[in-house]
Design a protein around this ligand. Sequence first.
Ligand code: NAD
Length: 437
Amino acid sequence: MTSYNPMRALPTKSGYGKGDVLVLCGELFGRGYANGIVEEATRRGMTIIGTTVGRRETDGTLRHLTAAELHEAEQNLGGRVINIPLEAGFDLQPADDGRSPADQLKGVKPDAWESVRLDWDNIEQARLLGLARFKANLASVVTELEKMIPANANVLFAHIIGGGMPRARMLMPVFNKVFKGQGERYLSSAAFWGSELGRLCKLSFDEVTADTFAHLIEATDSLRQAIIARGHKAAYSAYGYHGCEALINGTYTWQSYTPYVPGWAKMRLEEIAAAARSRGIGATVFNSPEIQTNSSALFMGVEIPLYLFLEALQKEGATALAAELREECRTLLRDDVTIEQMLAAATSYLASPVLNQFAAFETWPHHNTPEQAELMLNCSARLMGMNRNPKEIVCAALSTAVVNGVGKLILDSMWEPKAHVYWLNHDIIARRLAQGE
Ligand SMILES: NC(=O)c1ccc[n+]([C@@H]2O[C@H](COP(=O)([O-])OP(=O)(O)OC[C@H]3O[C@@H](n4cnc5c(N)ncnc54)[C@H](O)[C@@H]3O)[C@@H](O)[C@H]2O)c1
């Protein structure tokens, strides 16, 4: 397992600028981590090249974006999007018998989650076919990239893909219990992970969240070598998650969200970066803080440490931004709630003795317990209830700040990538934001 490597010193500002290229592996959707790096690259005058996950027709076929969708995606990105579907994984991939793994679950009742027996030959066939499709489409993307990347450009390939929840209807109520259930609705993540459905999820997370990074590096082998031979830089970044330090009662403390079952895939991602680095390739996974995005919405409670980012900003001297964000948060909170009450509520969960058994980094990721789930979910709901309007929340404002800081740190440190993995904790992000442009 990767040893803990928090970034403690700010990297020197990078030389990426006009004429250099940022390539996104994964589609930009609006409020995720990729927005930070795209914004920062745009500010520096870099050219942005995007990709798309493609779209699924109602009959299940994977297709390109329509002209209108492509136009919207390019407007959103501020750059060209290569219109070749880069959906990874195999959940909707028909095997030789015409059935996909998701089809196997049609008609299965959610209550039967533990007793479901899957046809693993079908799953393996679908996996291999899905992999072949992804690799073939990625090869076509790289052919386009070779035409689009100017001869004098430094290139940063940013892997932004994270996911792999199999898209089977019966799984949603099961996930809701694993991630959001308490009391009678509590479901043990260990029991789920030990079931055949858990095994299917593990395969799917590995394939989507981790292995796509290896495929990206492999598919761009000759492109990378050509860029380097021309005297320029070619490097790869990816977003990981492996817990994060937040300022809890005045001390930066590593904590993590439980039950983060994609965590094993995230560790596999770190190993892929380590393997690439041992071959002399500049590949780095940036383990990033918990924020609210489309992808994290299911993990209710993951956002609790985010509230404490306000404390880190203050401590690290980002005084102007801290004041601005405090004011923004104040207007978003109900009249009868103060920022101090909000911070105290977040701290009460993170400093609770109930979390002692989840404090070990070595045994991460951890499975839930009824007591932990109840405490976390109630705390999360209480904090959400402090917002005046559930559609305009404090977490969104704080997420934007973290996304910006992370984008700057990645772009800076990828100029001379020095490690295969870094933890970007609240301290270094706050210090980077304090530094300004
Ligand atoms: N949100 C968090 O708290 C958090 C924390 C640390 C790291 N991350 C990581 O940051 C990265 C970006 O995620 P985000 O939270 O900003 O959310 P997001 O939803 O904006 O991004 C997820 C990306 O993954 C892509 N994706 C998902 N399934 C895919 C599939 N089957 N094939 C191809 N692409 C697929 C989506 O198209 C999207 O580009 C992910 O790797 C995520 O794990 C997120």
